[in-house]
Design a protein around this ligand. Structure first.
Ligand code: NAG
Ligand code: NAG
Ligand code: NAG
Ligand code: NAG
Ligand code: NAG
Ligand code: NAG
Ligand code: NAG
Ligand code: NAG
Ligand code: NAG
Length: 618
C-alpha cells in the first residue's frame, strides 16, 4: 500500500488564509493554521492539509489513488514510512477535484465537498450546540461537543463505520439497542477503496462467531463459536504478551475486540480484496507489516467444506470424513473428494436408547441456531440433550486459562462446518443410535492395533526409484481443467502435488487435492527418491515389516508427524507393466468410494513399484 499518495496530502503548516464570512448563502471556511487534531466549525480541511492525532499516531487527510484522479478522505498511521490506510470516509463517493474540502456540516455531520459547494459524502446528521471533529490517538475520528469528550456521548465516530480494517479497541459487532452492526468490508482492489465483495461480520447468536461473507448469501469462512479465550476455529488465537482478545456478550452489546498490551506494538485486522482475513503487526526493525495470522489458512478452513455431519481433517489424504455412525450422502461426489453434500446417519435415532460418542479436538459446528448456557455443567448439558430428542450434539461453551471447560452448547438438527485438529479444538459429543455406538466403540479399539494390510495388486515398471502415492491424487491438471472447467472455478485442484507429497513424507504436511476424476485417462505420477523412502521405513528394517504380499514385502513408513503409510518393496520378478498399473489405479478410485478412513498408496523400490493400500478395518 506504499503506492498511495506520492503526491497526496501534506500538512500545510504556514498558510493562514482568513475568510470571515461571505455574503453568499454558503460560507467559505478558513484553512487550518497548523496540524491539529481538531477541526472547528469555523474551519475546513483542504486537500493539502491533514489532522494529526494528539499522540502523533494517526493522520487524517485526502489521498488519491495511483492515477491521482479520485480523491478520498482517509486515516493512516502517522509514524509509518509506508502509508497504510485504515479507514476511508467516502470510499464509494470519491471527489474528482483538488479543490475538495472536508468540514462540519450544519447538522453536526462531517461533509466532503466537491468544488466547495456540492456535498459528495456526509456522515449521519445529528444535533449539537458546538460540535468539533477530532482525530483520536486510537485512530477513531469522532464528532463531539467541544467540551464534552466522553465516549458515550460521541455524536458520530468512524469506529462505528469501519471499512476494511479493525484497529485495537475497535468493536466488531452489534449494539443491540440501536441495531448498529459494525462489520468490515473489503476494498474492491488493492488500489480501489470502493466496497468489494467480501464482508466480515459477527453473528451475535449462539457462540457467537464471525463469518466471512461473499456478497449477501455465501459464507466463505467461519471462525467457529467463541469459547471464552478464542474462536474455536482459530486455535492459534491465544492470549499472548502482545494481544488481548475480548468478546462481550450482554443484553446491550455483542462484539469482538482486540487490544495491544504494549502501546508500542501496532496490529491491525483487515479483510483483503480477495476475502482473506489478515492480521498484520508492525515490525519496527524491518519497517514492514508482518503477516501475523490469516484465515482461511487451509482447505479445512473453507466454510462447511465437508457438509453436514462431515468433518474436515487436513491430516488425512482425503480431507473430508464422516463422523462415525454416518456415511457419505453422495458416494460418487464423495469419492471425487467433493464433500459438500455431507453425510447421513447409518441408523435412525430412537431417542430414549440413543447415546453419545465423543469426538476430540474438534472445531465444533456452527452454533447460530444452538442453545447456549454458559453457567451449566457438562453433566447437566448431557442430560438436557438426552431428554430432547431433537438434540444432535452437545459440548462445553467456554474454556479458562487453565484449560478447564464449562458451560453448555446444545445443537439440534444438522451439524455443519466441523473440522478436526491435531492440536486445539474441543470435545464434542454427538448423538448416535445405540447400535452405531457399539460398533463405533469396538472399531475404535480394534483399529488402533490391527491395521490390516490389503494388498490389492502389484505391477512392475522400469523407471528408476520412485514412490507413487495414489489415492487418485495426481491427475493431469490440464485434463481436469478441460473436463471440469466450471467446477474448477470454485474447486481448484492445487498445483505442486509432488511437492506436497514430498512434504508429507518429510514433514507430515498435508496433501489436499480436492477433486479427482474417476475415469481420467491419464495419471501423472509423482517421483520420490529412494533416500526419502528409506528414511521413512528406517532403511527397510525388519522391525517395520508389516507382511508379505503377492509381489513383495510391505513396510510401515513413519512420517514425521506420526502419520503412517505403507511401502511395498517388490520382488524382482513380479512382471507387470505400467498399463496394468494405471488400470489398477483407475479401479481403485471406484473401489475407494465410501470407504472412510481408507488410504491408498503406491510404493516402489529399485526399478519396480507396486500399488498397495492400507485399510483401516472399521
Ligand atoms: C476557530 O474557532 C476556535 C474555537 O472556537 C478557535 O480556537 C480557532 O482559533 C478558530 N480558528 C480560526 C482559523 O479562526
Ligand atoms: C497543494 O499543494 C501543491 C504543491 O504542494 C499545489 O500545487 C496545489 O495548488 C495545492 N492545492 C491546494 C488546493 O492548495
Ligand atoms: C445514517 O445514514 C444512512 C444513509 O446515509 C442511513 O441508512 C442510516 O439509517 C443512518 N443511520 C442513522 C443512525 O441515522
Ligand atoms: C464481485 O462479485 C461479482 C459477482 O459475483 C463479480 O462479477 C465481480 O467480479 C466481483 N468483484 C470483485 C472485485 O471480485
Ligand atoms: C484484556 O481485555 C479485557 C477487556 O478490555 C480486560 O478486562 C483484561 O484485563 C485484559 N487482559 C489483559 C491481560 O490485559
Ligand atoms: C513495549 O515494547 C517496547 C519495545 O519493544 C519495550 O521497550 C517496552 O519495554 C515494552 N513495554 C512494556 C510495558 O512491556
Ligand atoms: C485425521 O487423519 C489422520 C491421518 O489419517 C488420522 O491419524 C486422524 O485420526 C484423523 N483424525 C480424526 C479425528 O479422525
Ligand atoms: C442456565 O443454567 C443455569 C444453571 O443450570 C440456570 O440457573 C439458568 O436459568 C440457565 N439460564 C438459561 C437462560 O437457561
Ligand atoms: C423437534 O423438532 C421438530 C421439527 O423441527 C419440532 O416440531 C419439535 O417441536 C421439536 N421438539 C422439541 C422438543 O424441540
Amino acid at each position: 500500500m506504499g503506492r498511495w499518495g506520492v503526491r497526496a496530502a501534506t500538512t500545510l503548516r504556514q498558510s493562514k488564509i482568513l475568510f470571515c464570512s461571505s455574503f453568499l448563502l454558503f460560507t467559505l471556511r478558513p484553512l487550518l493554521s497548523t496540524a491539529s487534531d481538531t477541526l472547528f466549525l469555523n474551519e475546513s480541511l483542504s486537500i493539502n492539509q491533514t489532522l494529526v492525532s494528539a499522540g502523533q499516531k494517526f493522520e487524517l487527510g485526502f489521498f488519491s489513488t495511483v492515477n491521482q484522479k479520485k480523491w478520498y478522505v482517509g486515516i493512516w498511521y502517522k509514524e509509518l514510512p509506508t502509508r497504510t490506510i485504515v479507514w476511508v470516509a467516502n470510499k464509494d463517493a470519491p471527489v474528482w477535484s483538488s479543490s475538495a474540502t472536508l468540514k462540519l456540516g450544519d447538522q453536526a455531520n462531517i461533509v466532503i465537498l466537491d468544488q466547495g459547494s456540492s456535498i459528495r459524502w456526509s456522515s449521519n446528521q445529528s444535533q449539537a450546540t458546538n460540535p468539533v471533529i477530532r482525530l483520536l490517538n486510537t485512530g477513531n475520528l469522532v464528532v463531539c461537543e467541544m467540551f464534552d469528550e466522553s465516549p458515550e456521548r460521541y455524536i458520530w465516530q468512524s469506529f462505528d463505520h469501519p471499512t476494511d480494517t479493525l484497529l485495537p479497541g475497535q468493536k466488531l459487532g452489534w449494539n443491540l439497542k440501536t441495531g448498529l452492526d459494525r462489520f468490515l468490508t473489503s476494498w474492491r482492489g488493492m488500489d480501489d477503496p470502493s466496497s468489494g465483495n467480501f464482508s466480515f461480520k459477527l453473528d451475535p447468536h449462539g457462540g457467537p462467531e464471525t463469518f466471512m461473507w461473499r456478497g449477501d448469501s455465501i459464507i466463505t469462512f467461519g471462525s467457529g463459536p467463541w469459547v471464552g479465550l478464542n474462536f474455536i476455529g482459530v486455535p492459534d488465537m491465544k492470549q499472548s504478551s502482545v494481544l488481548n482478545f475480548t468478546l462481550v456478550d450482554n443484553e446491550d452489546e455483542v462484539y469482538y475486540m482486540f487490544q495491544v498490551l504494549n502501546d508500542s506494538v501496532k496490529s491491525r485486522l483487515m479483510v483483503d480484496p480477495g476475502g482473506v482475513l489478515k492480521r498484520y503487526t508492525w515490525v519496527p526493525d524491518t519497517n514492514v507489516w508482518h503477516l501475523f495470522w490469516y484465515g482461511p489458512s487451509d482447505q479445512c478452513d473453507d466454510y462447511n467444506e465437508c457438509g453436514s455431519f462431515g468433518f474436515c481433517n487436513v491430516s488425512a489424504l482425503s480431507v473430508c470424513q464422516c463422523l462415525r455412525g454416518f456415511e457419505p450422502k453422495n458416494q460418487q461426489a464423495w469419492a471425487l473428494r467433493d464433500g459438500s453434500d455431507g453425510c447421513e446417519r447409518m441408523t435412525k435415532l430412537e431417542c430414549q436408547s440413543d447415546g453419545f460418542l465423543l469426538f476430540e479436538s474438534m472445531k465444533v459446528p456452527r452454533s447460530s441456531d444452538a442453545f447456549v448456557n454458559r453457567s451449566m455443567s457438562i453433566e447437566d448439558c448431557e442430560s438436557l440433550c438426552r431428554k430432547d430428542c431433537n438434540c444432535t450434539a452437545y459440548a462445553s461453551s467456554d474454556v479458562d486459562d487453565d484449560g478447564f471447560w464449562s458451560g453448555c452448547v446444545i445443537w439440534s438438527g444438522d451439524l455443519i462446518d466441523m473440522r478436526s485438529y491435531v492440536q486445539g479444538g474441543q470435545d464434542l459429543y454427538v448423538r448416535l443410535a445405540a447400535s452405531d455406538l457399539v460398533e463405533a466403540s469396538s472399531s475404535k479399539n480394534g483399529s488402533k492395533n490391527t491395521k490390516k494390510m490389503v494388498i490389492s495388486g502389484g505391477i512392475a515398471f522400469g523407471l528408476g526409484v520412485l514412490l507413487f502415492i495414489a489415492g487418485c491424487i495426481i491427475w493431469k491438471r490440464k485434463t481436469l481443467q478441460a473436463k471440469h472447467k466450471r467446477e474448477l472455478e470454485t474447486k481448484v485442484s492445487r498445483p505442486g502435488a509432488i511437492d506436497r507429497i514430498r512434504d508429507v513424507l518429510l514433514n507430515g504436511a498435508t496433501i489436499s487435492s480436492k477433486r479427482v476424476e474417476a475415469n481420467a485417462k491419464e495419471i501423472e505420477l509423482p517421483l520420490f527418491d529412494l533416500d526419502t523412502i528409506a528414511m521413512a521405513t528406517d532403511n527397510f528394517s525388519s522391525e517395520n515389516e508389516l507382511g508379505q504380499g503377492g509381489f513383495g514385502c510391505v513396510y510401515k513408513a513413519m512420517l514425521v508427524e506420526g502419520e503412517e503409510m505403507a511401502v511395498k518393496r517388490l520382488s524382482k520378478n513380479s512382471g507387470q507393466g505400467s498399463e496394468e498399473f494405471k488400470n489398477e489405479m483407475k479401479r481403485e478410485v471406484h473401489y475407494s468410494i465410501g470407504k472412510v478412513g481408507l488410504t491408498s498408496y503406491v510404493g516402489s523400490y529399485k526399478d519396480r513399484f507396486t500399488f498397495i493400500e492400507i485399510q483401516d478395518l472399521e
